[in-house]
Design a protein around this ligand. Structure first.
Ligand code: ZN
Ligand code: MN
Length: 153
């Protein structure tokens, strides 16, 4: 239960952060935008724009996919969502951790998980020392078969 509560708190914090960042840059917070923020903050599976749109249609029947895309572009521009581009899965979004971090990706169903055990700060520092680069981002994907897909053969 503790972890559920923490998840929930994190989600609320993320929505507030998205709202305050957009307000600071003079963007309006419409009910539709707020609904998209909430979906992003509460998603653990790195949804696609289409999945976000689908999740919103019940409560926001007039929501267009274009609005979802525009809001994602805006959030990306403001550094409040991490966009993962894939040639085969389409783009997926992480609204919980809007900064570079490793991902574990199922090649069966496309589920994407954040491993919590991997801290890349040390590696990044070492790489900067070794190469003289100022490293500002990274992309590290691990591919495999998720437990659910393993069960289903
Ligand atoms: Zn899977
Ligand atoms: Mn992630």
């Amino acid at each position: 239960m503790t972890t559920m509560y923490q998840q929930q708190t994190v989600a609320i914090d993320r929505v507030e952060q998205m709202v305050s960042r957009l307000k600071k840059s003079d963007h309006r917070i419409t009910p539709q935008r707020l609904a998209i923020f909430k979906i992003l903050a509460n998603s653990v599976g790195h949804p696609s724009a289409e999945a976000i749109h689908g999740a919103l249609l019940d409560n926001h029947p007039t929501m267009s996919l274009a609005t979802v895309y525009k809001t994602l572009t805006l959030l990306k521009q403001e550094g409040e969502v991490l966009e993962l581009q894939f040639s085969d899965l389409g783009n997926r979004y992480d609204g919980n951790k809007p900064y570079p971090h490793p991902h574990v990706i199922c090649t069966g169903c496309g589920t994407i998980v954040d491993p919590s055990l991997l801290d890349l700060d040390d590696i990044t520092k070492k790489m900067m020392n070794e190469t003289g680069f100022k490293i500002v981002a990274h992309r590290l994907d691990f591919y495999g078969i998720c437990p659910e897909c393993q069960k289903n053969g």
